[in-house]
Design a protein around this ligand. Structure first.
Ligand code: NAP
Length: 522
């Protein structure tokens, strides 16, 4: 029997990060890495209802820091298997939707406990399969626990609906009921947290799901499937069907029985899903709901009176954490002309101290990027950057063993240049000079995205103006623009960054349900 920790609905606190300055924690983490190492290369089947299905065709998941190392061989769903999973999820929905919300929430609490107990093992998989350095892997695992804890509590708050007025002779109720079968499509960059969070939100609200994880990180997802089973989730609620994005992705997005799609990934794929889901298919009797959390081109803005050391470190850590592969990564620094040179100099000096190498080494700050296609794309952007601006540091890559790219700063980039407009999703930051605060806000808002941003300033009027004018879903002051915490910084962006669903926030679960009004005459 699994015992859960504090499940009081008002007691949520985010999971603390591991302190790797302590020898004891370092040694535990190393042991977990050894366990993961000993498990590498295993086969992972699809999970559809009670069946574990092994297919001939497989996704071979490799370590991006060491391409020769196979993390796992994962069975691959085709359209027929995707259809089988859909039928399973449809029939399981009939029972799961009637399950007591408290029981559903309790399964999430149990799953959080299981991951908490095995946290270094999960982080070890993130080190190996996603190339995350220890701290980044630890934060990803902590965030997965947070999502489970937070959404379980949110469900407890929503289970009896919201109050509405009644009047004489009439009792009125306003309740939330589940939607149906949801397709969860997750990205590689938070392969545990985002995958687990999007699945957990959908199932705790009474839906059944088909999960298509990223082709780059299907093993971490398979491990989460095991956790949910151990936590007591009935078979058929959560079906695991890795496969080709275009083949089974399009098939399931178009499927007339798909009720909603929860997607996190690039703008390109998100827009494709949004468009296809809008078309009503023969036999479809609802309008599909789409949650699409997409890319970013996020800016750190530095005012002339900011603390310049804090500014430089905010720029550097926002740009290069997890090799810039965060949707919230600060890939643009917009700096007041009076302090531009000084901030640039400090940022370059700090960047030169960053260590790049194997994420298995506790001292590594930056590991690899996820794969060959990303590596090629980022190196191409560095070439473009060298034409559009001035290379200050970095610029080099090495894909002989893994996909390593040096943290790169390109200075004196025009506000309209490609480097300032397009999501690179790698360790590259463009520096751009601004005339005054008006100009800073103008540049900050001049992309098609609107995900995160930061302003470093000691002028209260500028901070107040930024609150109104800086058009991003997550805005931070006097710190970097990454590192949102579940329940503290609900996360999601404006414009082409997506539907602003605010994952880890109080409005998120409602998007997985529909409201029903009942009025009883007495
Ligand atoms: P991606 O290439 O768009 O892939 C995301 C998922 O979509 C993967 O599972 C992929 O499968 C699948 N997919 C591909 N084509 C599809 C199709 N036609 N139909 C349905 N699904 C399809 O994104 P990524 O490279 O994994 O992740 C990086 C992107 O995610 C960046 O743009 C980043 O900004 C964004 N992101 C946004 C947020 C946010 O909260 N706003 C958070 C994290 C990441 P395959 O792996 O099989 O191609």
């Amino acid at each position: 029997m699994i015992t859960t920790t504090n499940t009081d609905i008002n007691s949520y606190k985010h999971e603390p990060f591991t302190d790797f300055t302590l020898e004891e924690n370092r040694s535990e983490f190393k042991k977990a890495l050894e366990v993961v190492q000993s498990e590498l290369g295993k086969d992972y089947p699809l999970v559809i209802g009670e069946e574990f299905i092994t297919t001939k065709e497989q996704i071979i998941s490799v370590n991006p820091a060491n391409k020769k190392e196979v993390i796992g061989r994962v069975s691959k769903a085709n359209k027929e298997l995707a259809e089988k999973a859909m039928q399973t999820a449809l029939s399981t929905f009939n029972t799961w939707k009637k399950e007591d919300p408290e029981v559903r929430a309790n399964i999430l609490f149990c799953a959080a406990d299981i991951i908490r107990r095995r946290k270094h093992e999960f982080s070890g998989y993130l080190v190996k399969e996603a190339g995350k350095p220890w701290k980044e892997a630890d934060a990803d695992t902590a965030e997965a626990v947070d999502f489970l804890e937070y959404y379980a509590r949110q469900m407890m708050k929503l289970k009896d609906g919201s109050p509405v007025e009644s009047r004489e002779g009439e009792i009125n109720k306003f309740n939330y009921i589940p939607l149906g079968v949801g397709i969860i499509i997750s990205p590689f960059n938070f392969p545990l947290a985002i995958m687990a969070g999007t699945v957990a939100a959908a199932i705790v609200t009474g839906n059944t799901v088909l999960l298509k994880p990223s082709d780059n990180t299907p093993v971490v997802a398979a491990k989460f499937v095991e956790v949910m089973e151990e936590a007591g989730l009935p078979q058929g609620v959560f079906n695991y069907i890795p496969g080709d994005g275009e083949e089974i992705g399009d098939y399931l997005v178009d499927h007339p029985k798909t009720r909603f799609i929860s997607f996190t990934g690039s703008r390109e794929v998100g827009c494709r899903i949004y468009e296809r889901a809008a078309k009503v298919q023969p036999g479809q009797i609802w309008l599909k709901r789409v949650i699409a959390e997409m890319g970013g081109k996020d800016t750190v803005v530095v005012d002339k009176d900011a603390d310049l050391d804090v500014a430089a470190s905010s720029i550097v850590y926002s740009a290069f954490g997890f090799s810039g592969q965060k949707c919230s990564a600060g890939s643009r620094a917009v700096i007041h002309q009076d302090v531009y040179n000084e901030v640039l100099e400090k940022a370059v000096a700090l960047t030169k101290t960053l260590t790049v190498g194997s994420p298995e080494d506790v001292n590594t700050y930056m590991g690899p990027v996820i794969g060959q296609a990303s590596y090629n794309k980022i190196m191409k952007y560095i070439e473009i950057g060298m034409e559009e601006g001035k290379l200050m540091t970095g610029g080099e890559g090495d894909d002989s063993e893994g996909y390593f790219i040096q943290p790169t700063i390109i200075a004196d980039v025009n506000e309209k240049a490609r480097l300032m407009q397009e999501e690179i999703f790698g360790p590259v930051v463009a520096f751009c000079k601004a005339r005054d605060f008006d100009h800073m806000m103008e540049i900050a808002n001049n992309t098609e995205y609107g995900l995160t941003g930061a302003l470093l300033s000691n002028t209260p009027e500028h901070i107040e103006r930024a609150k109104e004018e800086f058009h991003v879903g997550n805005l931070y002051f006097n710190r970097g623009c990454t590192g949102a915490i579940v329940g503290y910084h609900p996360f999601g962006g404006f414009n082409m960054s997506g539907t602003d669903s605010k994952a880890g926030g109080p409005d998120y679960l409602i998007m997985h349900m529909q409201a029903k009004t009942t009025s009883t005459t007495i």
